[in-house]
Design a protein around this ligand. Structure first.
Ligand SMILES: Cc1cc2nc3c(=O)[nH]c(=O)nc-3n(C[C@H](O)[C@H](O)[C@H](O)COP(=O)(O)OP(=O)(O)OC[C@H]3O[C@@H](n4cnc5c(N)ncnc54)[C@H](O)[C@@H]3O)c2cc1C
Length: 552
């Protein structure tokens, strides 16, 4: 909730946009007890399904909030995920459609073995409505039907003007920080004058939601998505049975038609009559009766902001990096930006971390966003846009599992992580809890319950030590007291039983070793052996990890 002031409202963090990035930021801030206000110009979360499926890493983060993973799982809509395909063809009656991807493949199986989280088989629209409800329950103030009109900032705060689109009333909001999760059009980025790089806009896709009786055509269909290429248009088609009921969208079928503004194409050209014609071509059903229920536009672009932060304003999600959908990681990158910002902002606002911790957001998320955008672009060129080959220095291909769970981070608050020495991507199956690596998922027993080590992380930083008598335990207690921060610690052989030896192996947690894990499950610091001066050494490490001076 925000406080009323004579001039308007006062909140700690003002978030603009209720997509993946904004909702995740608001949810995780509220969960940590930070006052957050989100404004979204639309009356509700999206009615367009947008990205389908929520990947393991995103679910790994969302499940930190008790009950949320179960809530998402309960909303799962696909009972054929293991057989689902993505195809490409002329139209939906084309008997020579080519399968681009087949679900339940080795990649999905390997991912499932590397994380306690399950893939969520549901569309973005459904997940966003779950995130909205959960954020509101956690105390976030979500103002739908409200638009950010303008803002200014100084060294101490951000002052914004927000319009209630229902009443037309405009009011002021003061905040410590502004998170611009305002999507691909990025009005806040524009106002800040932050430039972008990349290939830019490639084309636009007009998405048409419609209802029609296509039962004969779709019986037994297992394709989540079919890319269409014929002499009339190129685009995509998606259908799921019961889409209206389970997704909360207005039409069961979605046709996306690519168009090119530089050739004079405009949104207004998609009249209902033209859309019906296009749908008849896509379905190869000339007399089909069609009801158009909604239209929207999304941009196929490769555009990365030059900066993700200007003063007290942060860019998150598509506002910072728009990427082609090929690979399905655009939505995930947005959600993970939101999670990253939330734990950093909360740590700073609670006084646990120094403001310099926020520098790590841009340092870490910029290179991950950039790499993901480049890789999605490379897949676009490979699968359906050969004319892009040679137009951009695509990064070398890596296994999909690396892109999902193998990103490494490097910033000033991760002592020992160096981009020069460490590559941006690694194999998550063999990663061994180095500073900057994602902490591996291993099963341990705690109080008689089997659980993933990752389930002990989330709210704040957590320390794991190799033995109950470790000198790092007392050092951590002392450092946490000095810096006045919570720091739960778990010892192998004491709090945790590692029957299989997998924690010892994957974390290299010998009796004298210690591993400090961040709220996002990344290793912030490690020691391989006991220290003669553990108190001083750990005190310095924790101060660095929290961007605090050694004294404060
Ligand atoms: C039809 C469609 C299909 C897609 N398919 C895929 C896919 O298959 N795979 C994939 O990875 N990605 C896909 N994407 C992209 C993916 O959905 C985005 O990457 C993701 O939504 C980005 O989340 P975000 O929170 O950054 O932005 P968005 O979800 O775009 O949210 C931004 C929000 O900000 C709001 N806003 C903007 N300005 C203001 C303002 N001034 N005041 C208040 N509110 C404002 C907007 O109304 C919007 O709700 C698709 C997108 C669309 C539209």
């Amino acid at each position: 909730m925000s406080d009323a002031t004579p001039a308007g409202r006062r909140t700690s963090v003002l978030v603009v946009g209720a997509g993946y990035a904004g909702l995740t930021t608001a949810l995780f801030l509220a969960w940590r007890g930070i006052r957050v206000t989100l404004v979204e110009r639309h009356p509700d979360t999206s009615v367009q399904p947008k990205a389908f499926g929520i990947v393991h890493r995103s679910m790994e983060l969302l499940r930190q909030i008790p009950g949320l993973a179960e809530r998402i799982a309960a909303a799962n809509v696909l009972d054929f995920a293991a057989e689902a395909t993505i195809t490409i063809g002329r139209d939906l009656r084309d008997e020579n459609q080519v399968e681009l991807l087949v679900g339940g493949d080795d990649v999905m199986k390997e991912l499932a073995s590397m994380t306690p989280a399950a893939f969520g088989a549901l569309p973005q629209s459904k997940i966003e409505s779950v995130l909205r409800a959960t954020a509101e329950e956690q105390g976030a103030e979500l103002l739908f039907g409200h638009r950010l009109e303008s803002f200014e900032q100084d060294a101490d705060q951000v002052r914004a003007r927000v319009r209630d689109l229902g009443s037309g009333e405009e009011f002021a909001v003061e905040a410590d920080y502004l998170v611009a999760a305002d999507g691909w059009q990025a009005p806040v980025r524009e106002q800040l004058g932050i430039g972008t790089h990349g290939l830019g806009e490639l084309w636009r896709c007009r998405t048409i939601l419609f209802n029609a009786d296509l039962d004969d055509l779709l019986a037994g269909r297992k394709a989540l998505l079919t890319y269409l290429q014929n002499e009339h248009f190129s685009g995509l088609y998606s259908y799921l049975e019961n889409a209206i009921e389970v997704f909360g969208v207005s039409g069961a079928h979605l046709l996306g038609v690519n168009y090119y503004p530089e050739r004079g194409d405009r949104d207004e050209d998609f009249t209902d009559e033209r859309c019906v014609e296009l749908i008849r071509v896509a379905t190869a059903t000339p007399e089909l009766e069609v009801e158009i229920t909604d239209q929207s536009t999304f941009v196929i672009a490769h555009r990365v902001a030059d900066e993700m932060r200007r003063g007290r304003v942060f860019l998150a999600g598509d506002a910072a990096h728009v990427m082609p959908q090929t690979g399905g990681l655009g939505g995930a990158t947005a959600l993970q930006d939101g999670h990253d910002l939330a734990w950093r902002l909360a740590a700073v606002l609670h006084g646990h971390a120094g403001p310099a911790l926020l520098d790590g957001y841009a340092a870490e998320r910029q290179e991950i966003g950039e790499s993901t955008a480049d890789r999605q672009l490379a897949r676009l060129a490979d699968r359906m846009a050969p004319h892009l080959q040679g137009k951009y220095p695509f990064p070398p291909e890596v296994p999909a599992q690396w892109e999902h769970l193998g990103y490494r981070v490097a910033s000033a608050a991760v002592p020992g992580a160096e981009r020069g020495r460490q590559t941006l991507l690694e194999d998550p199956a063999t990663a061994t809890a180095e500073p900057g690596s994602r902490a591996p998922h291993v099963l341990v027993d705690k109080d008689g319950t089997r659980m993933s080590v990752l389930d002990l992380t989330g709210r704040g930083h957590v320390l794991f030590v190799g033995s109950p008598g470790s000198g790092w335990l007392a050092a951590a207690k002392e450092a946490a007291r000095t810096l006045d921060v919570p720091l739960p610690a778990y010892s192998l052989g004491g709090d945790l039983t590692d029957d299989t030896g997998s924690m010892l192996r994957r974390y290299r947690l010998e009796p004298g070793a210690a591993v400090l894990v961040r709220p996002d499950g990344y290793v912030a610091w490690r020691a391989d052996e006991e220290s003669a001066d553990a108190a001083a050494e750990f005190g310095r490490a924790l101060a660095t990890v929290l961007a605090r001076t050694a004294a404060g």
